[in-house]
Design a protein around this ligand. Sequence first.
Ligand code: SAM
Length: 245
Amino acid sequence: TSYGFREVPEGEKQGLVNEVFHKVAKRYDIMNDVMSAGMHRLWKDAMVAALHPRRDPNYKVLDVAGGTGDIAFRIIEASKRTAHATVLDINGSMLAVGAERAKKRGLSENLTFVEANAEDLPFGDNQFDAYTIAFGIRNVPHIDKALSEAHRVLKRGGRLLVLEFSEVEMPLLDRVYDAWSFNAIPRFGKMITGDAEPYQYLVESIRKFPNQKDFAAMIGKAGFSRVSFTNYTGGIAALHSGWKI
Ligand code: SAM
């Protein structure tokens, strides 16, 4: 099967995504650096700076598709180790790597790891001050469900922040980026995990993800107010923001 060049049926999407992340969990962090040429670090720092987490033990963040903990660790550090973050992911292998990293950094007390689906969050209504999701929402088969769950679990006054690959809005950069993602990413994937096809699927999923304006409209439809977005690196990535009021 070639995941890259056939339409992946709705019901197979989650299974494919799970296969990719089970395979790469242990090498996920190094792969992020290789595939984004280190840029994911800058984008994640910018996301956490935009969130501006409170230095307050009652400040609660839910980091969905949190994987190996990158966003949550940054949030805890930015709160001077006062805040609490719940790292939620559908993939136990990614969470296991995250929990191990948290222990090494002495951050375990500020973190909870939860294995669950972004489309069906195991929390009551109005629980969190912020909901973050980085490079995760395009992997979720029903984005509208994930967004309405985000809205449900946030407190009034709570903030949604979504970091995701987006539409490159700079001439020339878009061509370099195409060459990079269609050729280099599946090749690196193959080098690191022995299999290129799942990466082709991931690259395709970036193409299929709605552009900045359309995604902002989806966030509004899920009930969020004051929706806005900021492009990073010419739109390779974009940060969307919304408020539950
Ligand atoms: N947020 C981390 C980061 O930026 O480094 C991890 C991003 S990783 C590219 C995507 C993550 O989304 C994977 O860990 C995967 O298991 C998770 N994921 C995919 N589908 C999901 C779903 N339906 N619910 C929750 N997590 C999901």
